[in-house]
Design a protein around this ligand. Structure first.
Ligand code: FE2
Ligand code: FE2
Length: 254
């Protein structure tokens, strides 16, 4: 095998390692964030749902961990815990914020994993199908909850701040737009499209619910998301006074 091919294969390997570590990190972050959030859930029916979600996030984490060990021969856990320690996931502080996290963070996972449905690494294709279905259920539950809670009128003063915080976390699911890593991943069939395009789909997808809730989709720059100007907020962009206060767990890699 010539040196160029070896180098390319090495890059393919390293890219997959990064993708798996990033996904595992976000799955474990979901376990922790929604596990923490159980103390905020006020009724049995929703408690049951959130407990089920935590269980599913553990299963997602396990599926990626198993794929990683088959691929590398090593445990994914040290890398994931190290990353979580350096970039801890924000925890919702109210039930309303928890609903917003479920709506926007899980929807980010849903859109990101759709990019892997035709992965040139076949084990990835196999695991994403089931995870996508679960994430679809999670974000739909969160969306309905946000709509229902917003209608009560009790969250007017805080709704925009929570929306922006979790919108940012959702957008970080897609990776850095136009990066060399993303271009390579597309070229070798590890993802379908550039993160910028996926961001736009995600923004279009939340548009109607945001409008129904009287939420303003900020410009991406205002919430600290580095994206090309071609990516437009679904509703005309507004400046976010609170953007600098929002913690971020960092762009998904690749
Ligand atoms: Fe998940
Ligand atoms: Fe989820």
């Amino acid at each position: 095998m010539d040196t160029a091919v070896c180098r390319n294969e090495d890059r393919y390997f390293r890219t997959l390692v990064k993708m798996m570590q990033s996904q595992a990190y976000r799955e474990l972050a979901a376990v922790q964030a929604f596990g923490y959030g159980l103390s905020l859930v006020p009724d049995l029916r929703n408690l049951e749902y959130f407990v089920w979600q935590v269980h599913e996030e553990v299963e997602h984490y396990k599926a990626v961990a198993r794929m990683y060990i088959d691929f590398t021969g090593e445990s994914i856990e040290p890398a994931v815990h190290e990353r979580l320690a350096s970039r801890p996931v924000p925890f919702a502080q109210s039930y309303y914020e928890l609903a917003m996290a479920q709506f926007l963070y899980d929807r980010g996972g849903y859109w990101q994993l759709r990019e892997y449905q035709e992965s040139s690494y076949l084990p990835y294709r196999r695991i994403v199908e089931e995870i996508i279905e679960d994430e679809s259920g999670h974000q739909t539950h969160g969306e309905q909850l946000v709509l229902q809670l917003t209608k009560t009128g009790e969250y007017e003063s805080e709704k925009q701040e929570h929306f922006e915080r979790w919108l940012k976390q959702g957008l970080l699911s897609f990776g850095r737009p136009n990066s060399e890593g993303a271009k390579y991943a597309i070229r070798v069939g590890l993802r379908k499209r550039d993160p910028a395009v996926v961001m736009q789909d995600y923004l279009n997808d939340i548009k109607s619910t945001a409008a129904q809730c009287g939420l303003v989709v900020p410009s991406l720059a205002a919430i600290g998301i580095d994206a090309p100007s071609s990516v437009e907020p679904a509703v005309s962009g507004a400046k976010s006074a609170k953007a600098e206060l929002h913690g971020a767990i960092g762009f998904y890699e690749v």
